[in-house]
Design a protein. Structure first.
Length: 116
C-alpha cells in the first residue's frame, strides 16, 4: 500500500484522528494520549502503531519519557493530493459555468431599439 493510502486509512478511525488533532498542540506520552479515552494504554499503543506505520507520528526517547511527535510534513502529501483534485473540480465547474452562461445568452431574446 502506498503512503497516501496508509495515511488515509490511519485517519479513517475517529480515535486516531482525535489523537492527531491533540498532537497538533504538543507532543504527548502514550499515557497522556490514553487519558481521555475509556480504553487501555495497550489499545492506544495499537492506534499509535497504525499512525507510525503511516508516517504520521514518531516516538522518541527523552530520558524516561517516550513522547509521541506528530510528523506534520505528511500532511503536505495529503494537501498536494487534495489540491490536485480540487483544481480539477474547480476547472470542471468553471467550464460548466461558461457553458451555462453561453446557453443563457442564446436563450435571451434579441431586443431592438424603440422607434419613438
Amino acid at each position: 500500500m502506498d503512503q497516501l493510502s496508509e495515511v488515509f486509512a490511519a485517519l479513517a478511525d475517529p480515535t486516531r484522528r482525535d489523537m492527531v488533532a491533540r498532537l497538533t498542540e504538543a507532543d504527548a506520552t502514550v499515557g497522556e494520549l490514553a487519558a481521555p479515552y475509556d480504553v487501555s494504554v495497550q489499545a492506544v499503543s495499537k492506534h499509535l502503531k497504525v499512525l507510525e506505520g503511516a508516517g504520521l507520528v514518531t516516538r522518541t526517547k527523552d530520558a524516561q519519557r517516550r513522547p509521541v511527535h506528530l510528523e506534520a510534513e505528511v500532511f503536505d502529501l495529503m494537501t498536494r493530493w487534495i489540491e490536485r483534485y480540487q483544481r480539477r473540480a474547480e476547472q470542471r465547474y468553471q467550464r460548466l459555468d461558461a457553458l451555462l452562461d453561453e446557453m443563457n445568452d442564446r436563450d435571451q431574446p434579441v431586443t431592438r431599439g424603440n422607434a419613438s
